[in-house]
Design a protein around this ligand. Structure first.
Ligand SMILES: Cc1cc2nc3c(=O)[nH]c(=O)nc-3n(C[C@H](O)[C@H](O)[C@H](O)COP(=O)(O)OP(=O)(O)OC[C@H]3O[C@@H](n4cnc5c(N)ncnc54)[C@H](O)[C@@H]3O)c2cc1C
Length: 437
């Protein structure tokens, strides 16, 4: 027996046919189920996986929706393809070719270096009545997981109790279910985390705002050029604003520490750049105040339990769905290969995820701070954005690539910072500024 085999045997393996409960059927929960099913199948093993969610992602408004702007970049699309999941016209609400970053009077378009498309999706049944012809992204993932062998319970989890062989969940209506391994994929917009008795504390969050505004196709194609727009806010309470086009809606997002819908409405009145990108006089048909994690959870694992997705850790202020995928996949690999003991989960799930995101997010915070303050400063932001497009026009694309990476790309922030502060980048920037372009 090798040392590795001995250490796996000493830990707690996931027994063949074990019952696995997943609280939350958002991206983290369904990605975990999909990866676990695939990894077990490859090894000729099985498990009874049950996804449990209080929502179904088919009804309209926040009650059927996991509340996000719904932008899915090329790297996430590739990961979906890796799971043999295709997004078709029933799920994709619009295809954007890039982001438009605005200053006070100038804007620049940045695209993925591979020219990959960005899909926009709804996470639930949509702002008004759900359509029979369309499906939300979360419903699509859940349907796929169920079609591949996961079970689904449409229930709210109300209690969590440890048992000698795992966990017992108390569900709405007084029902109970026992599981040998439990996954917390419940995100950060829930109070269930308080019922966990493993020393878990959720990550620090910001309270954001989102509003759905109707817009016709002509407006989105002509005025928004089918792109996602990032706009500096006039109010200090909002760190930045984003407009994400859907088929006949625009999702307006305000990101900041504590942003309320009233602040977003005031921004619509005051912010000239924002006003020019929204249909005049259009009413908000649906709004929500979702939280976004800006920190890392404490103790997101213990014997026979692990927490994934937003409820654990994600990349700072971008690509949350992809981060959920990545923590879920890391957990599935750890469980199948090393087991479900606290030691196995610490070494093969917790530490790899922390290594990937925690320190990188320190760079993320710094880069966002720098770009936010440049873009907020009228003349400086225009001079900078003019220099970015002048550089692009003459084949020097480093600055455009950095802007793409900060707001959308999947490169680690550490790498982006290396690129942003490289001598080449500084020379290029100074040359453009001094050249007055
Ligand atoms: C304003 C905003 C905009 C965003 N825009 C984007 C974007 O454009 N692209 C992107 O990639 N990411 C975006 N994100 C991030 C993205 O929404 C999250 O990273 C992602 O949803 C996290 O997935 P998750 O599965 O961990 O959590 P969630 O999506 O929150 O899913 C958690 C699930 O758990 C369920 N649940 C919770 N408690 C219980 C309970 N007691 N019983 C049963 N079920 C329960 C919930 O109903 C929910 O379905 C945005 C976030 C915010 C706040």
């Amino acid at each position: 027996m090798t040392l590795r085999e001995r250490s796996i045997e000493a830990s707690t393996p996931l027994a063949d046919g074990a019952s696995v409960g997943v609280i939350g059927a958002g991206p983290a929960g369904t990605f975990f189920a999909l990866h676990l099913l695939e990894l077990l199948r490859e090894r000729g093993r099985t498990a009874q996986i049950t996804l449990i969610d209080r929502k179904t992602f088919a009804s309209s408004g926040p009650s059927g929706c996991n509340m996000c702007a719904g932008a899915i970049g090329p790297a996430m699309v590739a990961k979906l393809r890796g799971l043999s999941i295709l997004l078709d016209e029933t799920v994709i609400r619009r295809i954007a070719d890039g982001y438009e970053i605005h200053g006070s009077g100038v804007s620049v378009t940045v695209r993925s270096p591979e020219r990959g498309e960005i899909y926009t999706v709804f996470r639930g049944g949509g702002p008004v009545a759900p359509s029979r012809k369309t499906k939300s992204f979360d419903q699509h993932l859940l349907d796929t997981a169920v079609s591949r062998g996961a079970g689904f319970l449409h229930e709210r989890v109300e209690h969590i109790v440890r048992t000698p062989s795992g966990f017992r969940l108390g569900l709405s209506g007084g029902k109970e279910r026992d599981f040998e391994f439990l996954v917390g994929a419940f995100g950060v917009n829930t109070s269930i985390s308080r019922k966990l008795d493993i020393g878990y504390a959720p990550p620090r969050t910001w309270h954001t705002v989102q509003a759905e505004i109707p817009a016709d196709n002509d407006f989105i194609e002509r005025r928004l050029r089918n792109r996602i727009h990032i706009i500096p806010a006039t109010s200090k309470a909002i760190r930045f604003l984003a407009i994400t086009p859907k088929d006949d809606f625009l999702t307006l997002t305000g990101i900041g520490e504590h942003v309320k819908i009233g602040e977003l409405e005031r921004e619509r009145e005051r912010n000239r750049v924002l006003g020019g990108l929204l249909p005049e006089g259009a009413n908000v048909l649906c709004h929500c105040h979702p939280q976004v994690p800006v920190g890392v959870a404490r103790n997101p694992y213990s014997d026979r339990i692990a927490i994934v997705g937003d409820a654990f850790i994600s990349r700072y202020l971008k690509n949350g769905i992809e981060s959920s995928h990545d923590t879920a996949r890391t957990l599935a690999e750890a469980v199948v290969t090393y087991g479900i003991s606290a030691d196995a989960l610490r070494d093969h799930f917790y530490r790899p995820c922390i290594g990937r995101f925690r320190y990188d997010n320190v760079w993320g915070r710094m880069l966002f701070g720098i770009y936010e303050s440049v873009l907020r400063k009228g003349h400086l932001s225009d001079a900078y954005l003019r220099s970015v497009s002048a550089g692009e026009a003459s084949g020097r694309t480093a600055q455009a690539h950095i802007l793409w990476s900060v707001f959308a790309g999947d490169a680690p922030y550490r790498e982006i910072a290396g690129e942003a502060f490289s001598p080449r980048s500084i020379v290029e920037l100074s040359r453009n500024f001094l050249g007055g372009r």
